[in-house]
Design a protein around this ligand. Structure first.
Ligand code: NAD
Length: 327
């Protein structure tokens, strides 16, 4: 089986490639893997170092139709992680988000159709639903995205549906909550806070800090994607929920404790524009296919903080570009 993984030099895609290539998914143990990644600011080939001798790396863009025409044929499966992924950047400027997350994905779907790829997995997010005060969304909830990032992701999800209904593209969509774990670019809240706390800095807490997110370890997310890839029904959406709903205040408390720091290191900053209050996914459908998260938040966070403490060279190379940007 030949598998093309797009965006696999980023945080989640690289975790998926490392898991796949170290035998975490027995049914695909013999998969031959190609990675396609544009190496934007968020892409880092070092994230693939533990498995680099077991994959073929192609530097390129999912929006490059000519490249895809050469690359995609011969692959049985395409798993798409490629995206612009940071909400704050989408507020500062949405063009790259529409270019990659909508046009790029449409170009990739066209290439998959033309090449007769047997299974496409499109990785999406809970943010496409907007915000929910109580309860949880199931897969039939209406899309009501509030950030340009979420709107672009919703656009791709709707294209996936349309390509399935109209052209029969065998695509499965997964939607997940907030991921954490090693190799996450230090613009997202957990690595941003951890790296700043470890270096004696302060951390920025948005608004009243009461926004709620559901946290999932990246390896649980990847296993959910794999279950959807192996057992999901084309045209269907599958939710992958986490293990821990926390307000940002509660998350900050845990991060301070993990880094042996106190509240005087927290700076209150104006809220993010259009900041969704709460996300929550009902993942009953994927659990019926055998999914359960395995990593508790307490254990996963302790391991993650340890990883950042032990891998300062990794994040110090990427962090300086970020310092000016992150709030
Ligand atoms: P990331 O920003 O860490 O990585 C994105 C990767 O895509 C990078 O390697 C980048 O170089 C690559 N890329 C960007 N534009 C590209 C293009 N045009 N062509 C080829 N490669 C390109 O993102 P992530 O956090 O790993 O997220 C991966 C996917 O999971 C995204 O689709 C995201 O929407 C989704 N997701 C993320 C989370 C989360 O908490 N991080 C939660 C749910 C869903």
């Amino acid at each position: 089986m030949r598998v093309l993984v797009t965006g696999a030099a980023g945080f989640i895609g690289s975790a998926y490639a490392r898991e796949l290539l170290t035998g975490a998914y027995p049914a695909w143990r013999d998969a031959r893997v190609t990675v396609l990644d544009a190496l934007t600011y968020a892409g880092n080939k070092a994230n693939l170092a533990p498995v680099e001798d077991r994959l073929t790396f192609v530097h390129g863009d999912i929006g490059d139709a000519a490249l895809l025409q050469r690359l995609v044929p011969g692959h049985d499966v395409v798993v798409n992680f490629a995206a612009e992924s940071h909400v704050d950047r989408s507020i500062a400027g949405a063009a790259d988000f529409v270019r990659t997350n909508v046009l790029g994905v449409q170009t990739l779907f066209d290439a998959c159709l033309k090449a007769g790829v047997e299974r496409v997995v499109h990785v999406s997010t809970d943010e496409v639903y907007g915000s929910i005060d109580t309860g949880s969304w199931d897969e039939h909830a209406p899309l009501a995205p509030n950030s340009p990032y979420a709107a672009a992701k919703a656009g791709a999800d709707l294209l996936a549906r349309a390509y399935h209904v109209t052209h029969g593209l065998p695509v499965v969509i997964t939607r997940c909550g907030n991921n954490y774990g090693p190799y996450q670019y230090p613009e997202k809240v957990i690595p941003l806070f951890v790296t700043r706390l470890l270096t004696g800095g302060t951390v920025p807490l948005y608004g009243d800090g009461r926004n709620v997110r559901d946290w999932i370890h990246v390896t649980d997310h990847c296993r959910g994607i794999q279950i959807a890839a192996e057992r999901g029904t084309p045209g269907e959406v599958y939710h992958i929920a986490g293990t821990c709903e926390l307000t940002n205040l509660q998350l900050t408390e845990r991060l301070l404790a993990a880094c042996e720091a106190t509240w005087d290191r927290v700076e209150r900053v104006p809220d993010r524009l259009g900041h969704d209050r709460r996300y929550s996914l009902d993942d009953t459908k994927l659990r019926a296919l055998g999914y359960t998260p395995r990593v508790s938040f307490a254990q996963g966070l302790a391991d993650t903080v340890r990883w950042y403490a032990q891998n300062t060279a990794w994040w110090q190379q990427s962090a300086p570009k970020e310092r000016a940007h992150a709030r």
